[in-house]
Design a binder for this molecule. Structure first.
Ligand code: SF4
Length: 65
């Protein structure tokens, strides 16, 4: 599973960072995937990552299986 943040859509609310700080962090006012978008999310963080995507108010996080 991979997680991709659409930086054009992200409003920098920080919700994904609160939910899954192991994967997401804010760089300025944009959230980024710390691992890199081409890297598989470690299995122990998958559910938090999916929750973060679901909680994003602007649906800026895409999850790819
Ligand atoms: Fe950006 Fe969505 Fe994360 Fe908020 S929850 S910082 S809008 S990606």
């Amino acid at each position: 599973m991979r997680a991709i943040v659409d930086e054009e859509t992200c409003i920098g609310c920080g919700r994904c960072v609160e939910i899954c700080p192991e994967i997401f962090e804010l760089e300025g006012e944009i959230a980024v995937n710390k691992l890199g978008e081409g890297i598989d999310i470690p299995i122990q963080y998958e559910s938090a990552c999916q929750e973060a995507a679901g909680e994003c108010p602007v649906e800026a996080i895409a999850i790819e299986e």
